[in-house]
Design a protein. Structure first.
Length: 366
């Protein structure tokens, strides 16, 4: 997975998110401007329990840099599925990169797409990765496609509208349900060619050194606090996401060569983070980039209030890298202030083009 790469300056995708926890605009602004001196703070480990579930993840990003046309990844799946594809055109000629669905049973088959987003193409990789998250958590409109016999179709007609030029990245995220087994193939082909016809003669690509592509079971991860967070007792505390040690990486199989693979970074995995709190007083919640350049999106909900959408970071496109530090970017993203006793629900997924891990931190207010 390529880290954020900017060929040109770009503005942040979103306005700063609204804050939760009953704060007024003036108070919220004051809280946001507070500079945290993390080097002087002791952050206790806040223990979380992990449980995986949900459907199958198809992850196509190897070869990440596409130099030849052909099949980038392919596997047969059924039931609940998430397709996550992430590819750069590493040639001088325009390409199109799409996902095709082939009904392999000969029986009547239905595919229902619950969510489907395409970000890019663009040579601003941070913008593509962050944009895919913003679109995904925006809950796109449901679409339904019907497949009969052995007909092969584009998973989404919009895919054929995107032309990927030299050095541009395209990223797609699709949640769907297949009633019968269906073969999903991610295909790179010359601009203007019929993808269904091209697939019939297309050769399969070998994966590159990144070796993340594969089929992974259980694309949803739930993290639950082992005990309610108490500002007075727990103090400043936090936990890591996608570090590979505490929050382990998913393992799966590359269906094209049979090898065992590891999703280093857990890209394509959707996190549901559940944190009850107790006691008295207020506390603030932050996200810190711990692995380098980071540009993503997430939602935070307190009790039964509507979820608040947070571009991360909100003030700039990216933070966590040396260049953004020199430009004065913050070392954290403020996610809101809350009353002890509220129940927090966070939804998060590691964004393409960003580095992991990240850390969620709770800080009691004085």
């Amino acid at each position: 997975m390529k880290m954020c790469f900017l060929k040109k300056a770009s503005a942040c995708l979103c306005l700063a998110a609204m804050l939760v926890g009953g704060m007024g605009a003036a108070e919220a602004g004051a809280q946001e401007e507070r500079v945290m001196d993390w080097k002087r703070m002791e952050i206790k480990d806040f223990p979380m329990m992990q449980e995986d579930g949900g459907g199958t993840l198809l992850f196509s990003d190897s070869p990440e840099y596409v130099r030849e046309n052909g099949i980038l990844y392919s596997d047969v799946v059924s039931g609940r599925v998430r397709l996550y594809y992430y590819h750069v055109n590493d040639t001088k000629k325009p390409k199109q990169i799409v996902a095709l669905a082939e009904n392999v049973t000969g029986k009547f088959n239905t595919i229902e797409i619950q969510q489907g987003v395409i970000s890019g193409p663009s040579d601003d990789y941070c913008k593509v990765g962050k944009g895919s998250q913003e679109l995904y958590y925006g809950r796109p409109q449901t679409d339904t496609e019907f497949f009969v016999s052995k007909k092969t179709k584009l998973l989404d007609r919009r895919m054929a509208e995107r032309v990927v030029n030299k050095d541009e990245l395209i990223c797609g995220i699709y949640d769907f349900t297949a009633e019968q087994p269906v073969r999903i193939s991610v295909l790179a082909y010359p601009e203007g060619t019929d993808p269904v016809e091209f697939l019939k003669k297309a050769e399969s690509h070998k994966k590159d050194h990144v070796m993340l592509r594969g089929t992974y079971r259980e694309a949803e991860r739930t993290l639950r606090a082992e005990h309610p967070y108490d500002p007075a007792k727990d103090g400043t505390a936090g936990f890591l996401l996608a570090d590979g040690v505490v929050d382990v990486f998913k393992t799966g199989v590359d269906a094209m060569d049979g090898s065992q693979v590891t999703d280093v970074g857990n890209y394509g995995v959707n996190y549901h983070i559940d944190i009850p709190t107790t006691g008295e007083g207020r506390f603030r919640c932050y996200l810190r980039p711990m692995g380098g350049a980071y540009a993503g999106f997430m939602t935070v909900r307190a009790d039964n209030a509507p979820a608040v959408h947070h571009p991360v970071p909100s003030a700039t496109m990216v933070f966590g890298d040396e260049e953004s530090r020199k430009e004065g970017a913050a070392e954290e993203e403020y996610l809101g202030a809350f009353e002890a006793g509220q129940h927090l629900h966070v939804e998060f997924s590691p964004p393409g083009a960003s580095n992991l891990p990240v850390q969620i931190v709770f800080v009691p207010e004085e």
